[in-house]
Ligand binder design. Sequence first.
Ligand code: PRP
Length: 511
Amino acid sequence: MSRCDFLSLPERIGLRLREHYDLRGYRPYKMSKFEPYDLYAQNRSFVSGGNILTFTDTNGRLMALKPDVTLSIIKNYRGGEVKVCYHESVFRDTGSLGEFREISQIGVERLGTIDRGAETEMLSLARESLDLIGGDSILAVASATYVIGLLSFTGADSATEELLVRYLRERNAAGMQKLCRAAAVPEAAAEVWTALADLYGPAEQVLPRLAKLSRNAAMTDAVQELARVLDGADSVRIDFSIVTDLSYYHGIVFKGYLAGIHTAVLSGGRYDHLLRKFGKQAGAIGFAVYLDRLDEIRPAPEDGCVRIALPKGRLGEAVYERFARAGYACPEIREKNRKLIFENSAAGVSFFWVKPSDVASYVERGAADLGVCGSDILAEYGPDVFELADLGLGRCRMCVAAKEDFRDDPARPLRVATKFPNTARGYYSNLSREIDIIRLTGSIELAPIVGLSDVIVDIVETGSTLRANGLRPYETVSEISARLVANKAAYQFKHPRIRAVAEAITGGGTL
Ligand code: PRP
C-alpha cells in the first residue's frame, strides 16, 4: 500500500498539483479563513454565486467566510513580479436552493508584467493540471477582448449588452436574434453575435472564422493575439460560451473539462481590469481547479449514445415525433412495458421520459446530454445549460389570471398563488409591486376561487381551464415554447454528435 492510498482523490490530486506548481516557481499563499465583508461586497459579481456567509467579530466588524482567494491576493499585492499558488477552502452558495458548501480549490496566480510568454505559460500550466488529474480532458479558450470589441461595435445600452453576453454563454442564438431585432441592434453586429453563439472547434478551424467576423481593430487584434497564444497548444477548443464578467476579465479566458464530470473543473483567465478596480496598475492571470468536483468522476456509459431527456406528456409526444422524423426513431418507446431507457444504438441515441420540470436538472447535472423543456422551466430555475434551439413546439403563455371581478388594491400586498415563485417575484419586482407569494404545486386555479390568493401566475395554453373556473387572464408575463437544452460538458466531449442531432431536429435553421 502506497503511503497516499488513504487519501481521497481530491486530496491526492491537490498534493500532486501543489508539487507541480511549486516546481514551476509558484510560491505558497496562505490566507485566513475570514476577511472583512467589504472586500467581497464591493466585488460581489466576481464572487461565484454572489451570496456570502457573514458574521460579526468580537470588535463588531462584519466579517465573511471567504468565498474566494483571488480577491485577497490582489488586495495584498504590493507590486513587482509575483507568482503564487494556494490550496484553500472557500464557502459559496452552490445551487438554486441557496445552500452553502465548503469547496476545496487549488490555484495559481501571476501578477506583474503579463506578456505573451506569461499567458502561454499559464495556458500550459492549465493543460498540465488537467493531464495530471488524468482521463480525457478539453481546455476551452476564448478572448474576452474580442467580445469587448464586439460590444463597442454594437453600441447597445447596458441592459442589452448584458443580455447579449448572457445569450452567448447559453449558446442561445434564437434568443440573440430576437433580442437584436427588439433592441434594433445593427445587422452587421447581430450577424456576428449569432455566429459567435454557434462557434466551436479547434483553433485552426475557428480562428479564420473569427478573423472574418471581426468588425473593428480591437477584434482583429484580439484574434491575432489569440492565435499567438494558442500557437502549438494541445487539445484546445475555442468556445465563446465561457466568457464571464467583462468588467473583471479581458484578454484570454479558459475553462477545463474532464470526461465524466458535468461541469468545468478548472476556470481562469486574465483579469487586469479587476486589479485596476483596486487601483493597481499591473497585469494578472490565473486559474483555479475545483477539487471537490473530482469526486464526481463516473465512467461514461459504454454505448457512447447521446442521452436525451424527454418531458412526459403531450409536449413530450410531439417532441419525440420530431426526433423520430429526423431519423432518431426508437419504436420500443411506444411499447407498454416497464422499461425506463430506450435506445437506438444504430442512430447513437437513447431516450428517457422525466417529469417536465425535472428535464433541466437531468441535463444540468449531466445525467442527460440533451433535453427538451419549456422556456418557463428555464426562466424559473435558471439551470446552467446551453439553450441550443427554440423548437417552436408547446407554445403557450405565462399569465397573471384572476376572477372576473378582480380589482387590484395597491394599499396592500398582492397575494399571488403559483408554481413559479421566481418568475412571479421577477415580474412583480419589475413593476415595483409588493406581493405575498403562495407556493402551490398544482390546481392553481382553485386558489383565487376559494380566497387563498388574489391572482395566480400560471401557464395558459387554450384558456379552457381558466374559463371553466370563472377566471380570466389579465397580463402576459412571457411567451413560452419548448427549447432544446444541452449539458455544457457533454457539448465539449460529444460535440459533433450533439450538433448532428440538434441540426437534424431543427432542420439546421434555428441553431
Ligand atoms: C397547466 C396549467 C393550467 C393548464 C392550462 O396545468 O397549470 O392548469 O395547464 O391549460 P389550458 O389553458 O389549455 O387550460 P397542467 O395540465 O400542466 O397540470 P398541473 O396543474 O398538474 O401542473
